[in-house]
Structure formats: C-alpha cells, structure tokens
Design a protein around this ligand. Structure first.
Ligand code: KIV
Ligand code: ZN
Length: 522
C-alpha cells in the first residue's frame, strides 16, 4: 500500500456552500490558483447542476487549473452527472464525484426509498459517470451512521460498477476515532474488491473530531482525505487541510505517511480563504490562528530563547509565516517592495507593481511605517479591483459630532463616465457616508451584516470592514480596507455596489442571449 495520502480539497464546494455570501467566479478562481500552488492533488470546485453560476465557475476553474485534478459533485442522477461532465470537459484531467445516502435514517426519511433501490441508483450513477471519465468517485453519504453490512455491500457494488475512489463520509460528525477507524478496517477486511479502489474519508466537525477521525482512518488504510482550508464547511465545518498536512508532516516518524502539500503555502492560502470567504480564524486555531506560534508565559519565552524546540513542534516558517516583520517607509524603493513580496511568496504575476507601489506610497504617507501585512493587504485589495468597476469613490469628507451622534458626509463618486457629488447626514459618520453614497449612486443596498476589524497590529493597523448585503435572491460580500474606518466602511459598500452591478449585467446578457435564441438567432 502506498505511503502517500491524496489530499482532496473541497473548500470551493463543501466550504463554499456554507458561506453567507457566495463567492464570485473571480474569487473562486483566485482560491483555486492558491490551492494549486499549495499542491492539493484533487480540488472539488462545485456542484454544476445547482445553478448556472456554479456551472460557470466550475468550467472556468477547469479551464485554468493544470497541476491539480479538478472535480465536481453530482447526485446519483443522470442530469447532475451530465452537468458535471459538461462543465469539466474543458479540463486537462478531471474527476466526477457522485453520491447517495446510505444510512437508514437518510434512506428512509430523506430519500423515501428502500436500500435496494438506493443501491441500484448508486450502481447506475457510477456506470453512467464512467461514460465520461475513468476517474469516478462514489460517496456513501452518512456512511458513519450506515449499518456496516449495508455499507460493505454498497462499497463492493460501487467498485464493481467502476468507481476508482470510494469515499466514506462521516456526514454529521457523529463517530469517534476508534469507531471510525474500525469502519475503515472492517471495509478492508470484508469487501473482496477493495484493493481496486482508493478509500477516502470526508469527516465533519460537529463533535470537533473530524481531524482525529481522518487520522484514525489513514492509520487503517484510507489513502485520501477530504478537507477544506481553515476547516470551513457545512455547520461546524470539515476536516481542516492545514491540520492534516502538518500532522502528517510533523508526525511522519509515527504515521509514516506523506502528502504533496507545499506547507510553505499554508499561511498565505489560509489568509486568502479567510479574507475572501469573510470567515475569520479564531486566534487559537491550530496551525493558522494568530496565536499558534505566540509564546506568552515567561517560562515558555525563556525556554524558546534557549532552544526553539522546547515549545515549538514545528516552525512558523514551515507554514510560510515570516517572523521578521520588516517595516518600510515612503523612502523604500520599488525593489524593496518587490523583494518583500517575493519573501512573502508572491510572484510578479500576482500583482501589478505600478498599482501596488502607488498604493504603498499613499499608505506610507499616511501611516509613516508600512509592514509586510499592510503590503499583503494592499496586494489583496488590488487583486479584488476590476478594470470595469462601475462605481469608483473619488473622495469622502466626513464631519461628525461624537457627543451628539450627528454627522455629515460629502462623497464624490464616478459612476461610469459621470461624476456625482452628494452630501447627507446620519447617525454617526458611517451612517452619514452610507446615506451620501446611496443618494449619489441611487443604489439602495440592504446590508444584513457589518463587521469592523483590524488588519495588522496596534493602533496603526488598517481598518477592515466586511459587509454582507442582500440583493435580489443573493447575498454579496464587500470588503474595504483603509487607515480610516469610515473610509473602509464606504469602500466595502462601493465594493458590494460593483458586485451587484456586475451581477445585473450578467443577468441582462443572459436574458438577451435567451431572447435571441427564442427569435431563432445564434
Ligand atoms: O458530508 C458529506 O457527506 C458530503 C458528501 C457529498 C461527500 O459532503
Ligand atoms: Zn460534507
């Protein structure tokens, strides 16, 4: 049996389906590129039949990713498999993942079928998916609560039908490690054709055991782990990719297993996913929490000074976290910026040097000192801006009387070719700025959540505002970063306005295409 564990990332499928606001195609592609650099073997990037948007993002990612296998999900239905196959057909290498529930609870209450009927559907789906590719994965949803005899029958039948990967999900995060490891061991002991497939596991974290259960499974012979960056996913989330990668790397002595993950990309990928998904990471989260490498007590600090391995079982550098937070000023030249970006793992294609340097100088003038994390934040904001942004905030002036709570804001916005200036009052500076923007743009954005945080450290940190807004049937996530929190708030709103404007434009184009088809055009 191989000592290599396949890392199957499902951040863009299981992770994304749990977000308050869905990601745009561009954001998904950004994450897909980060996952490719991270070295995931397979990335599951959507459920194409679920919406035209999901179909489009799966297709776009399939077209662009070359070094990881791209996978899409489908229920055990021909129309789902057709959609997955069609979206993936542009990929160099792809996998179709089809699934059906196997636990008695799901079979009886959700599917309202007999187990025999479900077995037949599973076999039919796997055979149908094999028409499009040799790489078919089959999942027994809620395997953790499936009677073991049924699970063995299902696995054997799916392998006979042509599935090359069999996934055993603990869909509701119910099992404990010895129990889940036992399920995998039983499958290896009882399923006669088990050697013809890779056994995969997909554990949810409802009881906080997803990582422990996945490790127990690989100890019993599973060779694929399904996981997500920062552990995002349905309810309490999925098994965390970074924890699995670092457990297998740090405890290779015990487990004797390896992955293709380039651990130095972990920190960067984790920050990107957290930022784009509007999912903050708890400070004490293993591997990627902001405290994960911080030593607080005097005894620990003393030990660290004497020998790093007294209190560190892995180094921050091993996950790409740089301890040297060098600061730059407005006197730092372009070569310094380029060098710092390189040190943080960004190549010349990841940002536009002219734009980044101009933004860096503006920030250095305001803050005096600019740190690595500021530079990273500027590069992030630059990557979010689109060439065709319809709304651009050119100026914002706010006056406020904090004791009375009254404020007045004046905003100048470029809307397409036109420049509009408007003023408004409000209950505090953010309210006033939002009222002025609404008046200038005519956009009525319904904000369902507003979060103010800091990017960086100390009182000089950049203010970061994340808002979620409801527009039509969808939620949109806007982010704004600035030294001034009112400006950051305004930028987050303008970001959402551009996202909704683009969504309207896409919907309009689709309508036009539909109309021309109906009229017999192309
Ligand atoms: O949790 C689960 O069972 C799933 C399947 C679709 C693999 O996400
Ligand atoms: Zn899941």
């Amino acid at each position: 049996m191989s000592n290599s564990v396949i890392i199957f990332d499902t951040t863009l499928r299981d992770g994304e389906q749990a977000l308050a606001a869905s990601l745009s195609v561009k954001e998904k592609l950004q994450i897909a590129f980060a996952l490719e650099r991270l070295g995931v073997d397979v990335m599951e990037v959507g459920f194409p039949v679920s919406s035209p948007g999901d179909f489009e993002s799966v297709q776009t990612i399939a077209r662009n990713i070359k070094n990881s296998r791209v996978c899409a999900l489908s229920r055990a239905l021909e129309k789902d498999i057709d959609a997955a196959a069609q979206a993936l057909s542009v990929a160099e290498q792809f996998r179709i993942h089809t699934f059906i529930s196997t636990s008695s609870i799901h079979v009886e209450s959700k599917l309202k079928r007999s187990f025999e009927q479900v077995l037949e559907m599973a076999v039919g789906a796997v055979k149908y998916a094999r028409r499009f590719t040799d790489d078919v994965e089959f999942s027994c949803e809620d395997a953790g609560r499936t009677p073991i005899d049924n699970l063995c029958r299902m696995v054997e039948a799916a392998i006979n039908a042509g599935a090359r990967t069999i996934n055993i999900p603990d869909t509701v995060g119910y099992t404990v490690p010895s129990e889940f490891g036992g399920i995998i061991q039983t499958l290896f002991n009882r399923v006669p054709n088990i050697d013809q497939a890779v056994i995969s596991v997909h554990c949810h974290d409802d009881l906080g055991l997803s990582v422990a259960n996945s490790i127990a499974a690989v100890q019993m012979g599973a060779r694929q782990i399904e996981c997500t960056v920062n552990g995002i996913g349905e309810r309490a989330g999925n098994c965390s990719l970074e924890e699995i990668a670092m457990i297998l790397a740090t405890r290779k002595d015990l487990l004797g297993l390896s992955t293709n993950i380039n651990a130095r990309e972990i920190h960067r990928t984790s920050s990107l996913v957290s930022q784009l998904c509007n999912m903050p990471i708890q400070p004490n989260k293993a591997i990627v929490g902001s405290n994960a490498f911080t030593h607080s007590s005097g005894i620990h600090q003393d030990g660290m000074l004497k020998a790093q391995n007294t209190y560190e079982i892995m180094t921050p550098e091993s996950i790409g976290l740089n301890r040297n937070n060098l600061n730059m000023t407005s006197r730092s030249g372009r070569h310094v910026i380029k060098h710092r970006m390189e040190e943080m793992g960004y190549g010349p294609d990841d940002y536009d040097m002219d734009v980044l340097y101009a933004e860096f100088l503006k920030l250095a003038d305001r803050k005096g000192q600019v740190f690595d994390y500021d530079l990273e934040a500027l590069a992030f904001m630059e990557a979010q801006a689109e060439d065709d942004d319809h709304y651009v905030m050119e100026q914002l002036v706010v006056q406020s009387d904090s004791t009375e709570g009254q404020a007045t804001a004046t905003v100048r916005i470029r809307i397409g070719e036109e420049v509009v200036t408007e003023a408004a009052t409000g209950n505090g500076p953010v309210d006033a700025a939002y009222n002025a923007i609404a008046r200038a743009s005519g956009c009525n954005i319904n904000i369902s959540s507003y979060k103010l945080g800091a990017k960086g450290e100390g009182q000089n940190a950049l203010g970061q505002v994340d808002i979620t807004a409801r527009y039509g049937e969808r939620n949109f996530h806007g982010v704004g970063l600035a030294t001034d929190v009112v400006e950051a708030s305004a930028r987050a709103l303008v970001h959402v306005m551009n996202l909704t404007w683009r969504a309207d434009k896409v919907a309009h184009c689709k309508q036009q295409i539909q109309k021309s088809r109906e009229l017999g055009g192309v």
